[in-house]
Unconditional design. Structure first.
Length: 117
């Protein structure tokens, strides 16, 4: 399984970029997909996840109400719509796949989101 994230860049505070993560691999199927982020000097933190079969989302408190995770099963793609961005949202964002409900085993390369105030 290979994951390719895109959509990062420099954004002004209050902006609304959308990240995408395309999964490739023979007969891709997964239990859930997640987005994580890592700001400079900090540990990677979970941001949001979505159950692949049901589309049920879950969010970290820090982004709840501002970020929306969605998936397109036909295109094996997961999106993260980020609204009302704050400078503290600046981080490298990673998508990840948990194929069996045990752990996020596959990771994308990360995409940098920089929020300017």
């Amino acid at each position: 399984v290979q994951l390719q994230a895109s959509g990062g860049g420099l954004v002004q505070a209050g902006g609304s970029p959308r990240l995408s993560c395309a999964a490739s691999g023979r007969a891709f199927s997964t239990y859930r997909m997640g987005w994580f982020r890592q700001a400079p000097g900090t540990e990677r933190e979970w941001v949001a996840s979505i159950m692949w079969s049901t589309g049920s989302p879950d969010y970290a408190n820090s982004v709840k109400g501002r970020f929306t995770i969605s998936r397109d099963n036909a295109k094996n793609t997961v999106h993260l719509q980020m609204n009302s961005l704050k400078p503290e949202d600046t981080a490298v964002y990673y998508c990840a796949a948990d194929l069996d409900g045990l752990r996020y085993k596959f990771w994308g390369q990360g995409t940098l989101v920089t929020v300017s105030s």
